[in-house]
Design a protein around this ligand. Sequence first.
Ligand code: ADP
Ligand code: MG
Length: 676
Amino acid sequence: MADKKAPQGSNTLAGRLARLGLKRDADFALHLPLRYEDETRITPLADARPGVAAQFEVEVVDSEIAYRPRRQLIARVRDAGGTLSLRFLNFYPSQQKVLQPGVRLRVFGEVHEGYLGAEIIHPRFHVVAAGESLPEGLTPVYPTTAGLGQGTLRRLIEKALARIDLGETLPPELVQRLGLPGIAEAIRFLHNPPPEISQAALEARDFPAWRRVQFDELLAQQLSLRRAYLARRARGAPQLLPTAKLTNALLQSLPFRLTGAQDRAWREIATDLGQPHPMQRLLQGDVGSGKTVVAALAMLHAVEAGHQAALMAPTEILAEQHYRKLAAWLAPLGIEVAWLTGSLKKRDKDAAIARVGAGETPIAIGTHALIEDKVEFARLGLAIVDEQHRFGVRQRLALKDKGAFAHQLAMSATPIPRTLAMSYYADLDVSVLDEMPPGRTPVTTKLVAEARRDEVLKRVHDACRAGRQAYWVCPLIEESEALQLKTAEETYARLVADLSDLKVGLVHGRLKAAEKAEVMAAFVRNEIQVLVATTVIEVGVDVPNASLMVIEHAERFGLAQLHQLRGRVGRGAEASACILIYAQPLGETARGRLKVIFETSDGFAIAREDLRLRGPGEFIGARQSGMPLLRYADLDDTVLVEKARAIAEDMLRASPARAEAHLQRWLGGREELLKA
Ligand code: ADP
Ligand code: MG
């Protein structure tokens, strides 16, 4: 079945090619082999060795569709010295038609001893043309998609290579200095390796032709980020000059003093806001490091300067919490805060929108509702996005665009390892909160097998009887929302029974916003002692009296998720604990994750491990970063990334035409997303 969201005609050849990003000749030229196969020789069937890929030339004896144990196409073939079965579990009618008795084939694959004797499952094959010679060099194998065969792809690439002028985009002296081959030479070489080159040499990452391609890819990435950065610097933004009246009043009314890190970040932000071009800054600080108050100061700075500020959060629970906290801080200063979420009554929502639009409310806090079309600000000067990794690029852009030239602050607890920050976020300035507010006691992490759930219950019971509170996160069921709901309700029912002398509450994603808010408020007031929750409480929630976090089936959660959840406790002076209940047997990755979360509480170290376990693409998410993923280069290749960065700067200054040509070749029309 075709995916509903797939573009029209996705089952046509053009559609399949589009899925691979193949449109222009340059796209085909840069679609490089995944690996190579040696089809320069024919191996007699009698010499086939199990598990070793080889090419055979055979004649079809017969072919049939078998239905047991499942539908499959089986062809029997032979050469002078042996026989072989070819087995296809997925096949096209056209393949079946080709496999007629007497037809000569070249077949490539690994022979296994199967149920029917020697067989190859899903071999690559083609009909041998009269007088067809063997290729002289290795055969490239390209990344492809369902319904698009290697043969077709190879022919299209060959055609594109014949037409295209792969001119050098780098200055010749640079190519020489880098000690790399020319780009045309490198690309043609990788598509059509000459006979004398060995497979091992060609498949090594540091093979010179590959190095050149990797460099060019990184250079395109850096050029594009650098250009977006320069474009932003060139745009105008309102200079928000402080009077320090409101910000000082807030600082004086807070029950705490800013940490050194908060103070530094706040100054950096204030400086940016006073510039005549838009700020684009990431405030990065581990869970609990105190980002909210820095956001509040930034918003007041904008208000002092006569502008409006908006703060968008990814969940209703978090938005509501921000709203309550900020309203409490700002009401004594005479600052009104508007509240905008999807669940407001229409009348209240329209009233809030009207006040924001008329400029009567200087500050607006909310969820995605803030970026609805109807919402217009009279003079938005600062847009803040909390937990920015939870939003897509377009959503982040939409908030900023509510003010023609608004300054932008993103906040995140997800630390970004250095090499990633250097590339994906090269267009951002970054402030880091690397210091926790004082008086925190570190959270103890415990791993407990499911068989010992009773001990955990007793611990929760005792803590709550002593006046503390606990979160109980129920098992994660990602594949089905209905099942997730059922699990949450069952966990709740069970805990109500097991902890009959405590007040137990339940919060999950299916509750109406008002119901969620009610449960959270009761938890904040300590009218609920144990809060059973799904991951709706994962980000941002701040209830300092809660000192226990229990996570059931912890082995199902991701590392970042576990770290965020654990960050919900340890926010008060009381010693806190995070208890991870796991079910056996543990898979290898799950074991690895639990080990990391048990051994470290440092968000940076955890992010680094997360990156190692998952790979950079998934870590950031291509969609989220707006950055086309690197196909050939590796972000961990710090030396090459640094080189590309320095050269990108020079090139934009000294030879903008070359820079443009280079970007066109690599990114074509895909660049606009980068300006997020
Ligand atoms: P996060 O960075 O995870 O968003 P929050 O802004 O929610 O962290 O802050 C966590 C808690 O620390 C809040 O209760 C907040 O009021 C408190 N806090 C923030 N800054 C300080 C400080 N400098 N000293 C003491 N407590 C602070
Ligand atoms: Mg927060």
